[in-house]
Design a protein around this ligand. Structure first.
Ligand SMILES: [Zn+2]
Length: 324
């Protein structure tokens, strides 16, 4: 393997420790990478240490100028490799966009925030004391919107494949009575990076239930997700977007950290805006696991409409669970 190939390898990102960088310095200086110990030779048994540290000998200090030159070469190679990787991803998204009939390739989402934004009461966020916040719009300056898919009746493998190939994230909010007997589908989504979140066991209007029944609906679905896919949810969406204070207390007792609602709803043939007629940073888009039985179209057509709408308005789709 050549030095440049080594730097283009997937393990390059892990090569951050100085010792490894020095190894690559030696590598770039022409000694080759064939021997994985070439950059950090050690005195062999019986060999005096002083000999190993003699100028020019393996293990001798590297002069500053040579080191700076090697570092510059490493930086240039890394930049080149990153550009190549970005171009490769862009080409694959463009090919997927053509395959799935999008107007143009989706905009790549920025890196998720290192820490999730604080959810204080304000535009888009309502807090009731220390209870989990209710979020209509995620507080972010990033030009991102979030797709959320509810219920779980239609388990469309083409929709899952399309989202994966396009690199478009979404979050599912599953109601247990619809997932029953079909958890394989949601397990598959989980494995492709989709957060499978909580939408109650039986999809009731929670306002009509007392605290204990609400808690059964929410905690019961937490247990189902944990049993079926191995992860309990962090996010909960109340059916119909309806809740009362008991809902928030019950959700908190089940380990829920936030209740995302929505600002737009997506269908195969249209987007319905709740407040105005364009997307804003942090908007949450609702849609459903539904098919031609309930819609004028299928889930792939719905996803095409969502991505084309976001792209035309200069937005990327990002993963809600990275922000909340
Ligand atoms: Zn629902």
């Amino acid at each position: 393997m050549s030095c440049v190939d080594a730097m283009r390898s997937p393990s390059w990102r892990a090569l951050t420790r100085w010792g490894v960088a020095l190894g690559l310095c030696a590598c770039l200086a022409g000694s080759g990478c064939a021997d994985e110990d070439a950059g950090a030779p050690r005195a062999k048994a019986g060999q005096p240490v002083a000999a190993a540290n003699a100028p020019g000998a393996p293990g001798a200090p590297i002069p500053d100028a040579a080191r700076e030159q090697a570092e510059a070469q490493i930086r240039a190679a890394r930049l080149g490799a990153e550009r190549e990787e970005a171009a490769r991803i862009a080409a694959s998204r463009a090919a997927a966009a053509r395959k799935w009939g999008l107007a143009e390739a989706p905009i790549a989402a920025p890196a998720p925030p290192a820490t999730r934004p604080a959810l204080k009461s304000g535009p888009g966020v309502t807090r009731y004391g220390d209870l989990p916040p209710v979020v209509h719009r995620v507080p972010t300056q990033d030009r991102v919107v979030f797709l959320t898919v509810d219920d779980g009746a239609e388990k469309d493998p083409e929709f899952a494949r399309m989202a994966r190939e396009l690199g478009v994230p979404f979050s599912a909010f599953v109601s247990g009575y619809l997932a029953r007997g079909g958890w394989d589908y949601f397990r598959g989504l989980h494995e492709q990076g989709v957060a499978v979140n909580n939408h109650t066991v039986n999809h009731p209007d929670l306002r009509k239930l007392g605290y204990a029944r609400q808690q059964q609906e929410i905690c019961g679905e937490q247990e189902a997700a944990e049993r079926e896919i191995g992860v309990a949810s962090r996010l909960f969406r109340p059916p119909y977007g309806e809740f009362n204070e008991d809902t928030l207390r019950a959700a908190q007792s089940c380990g829920i950290v936030a209740l995302p609602i929505w600002n737009q709803e997506a269908f195969p043939d249209r987007i319905e805006y709740r407040y105005d007629h364009r997307l804003k940073p942090g908007d949450i888009i609702l849609t459903h696991f539904r098919g031609p039985g309930q819609w004028k179209g299928d889930m792939a057509q719905m996803l095409r409409r969502v991505v084309d709408t976001a792209t035309a308005q200069g937005f990327a789709l990002a993963r809600l669970d990275d922000y909340l």
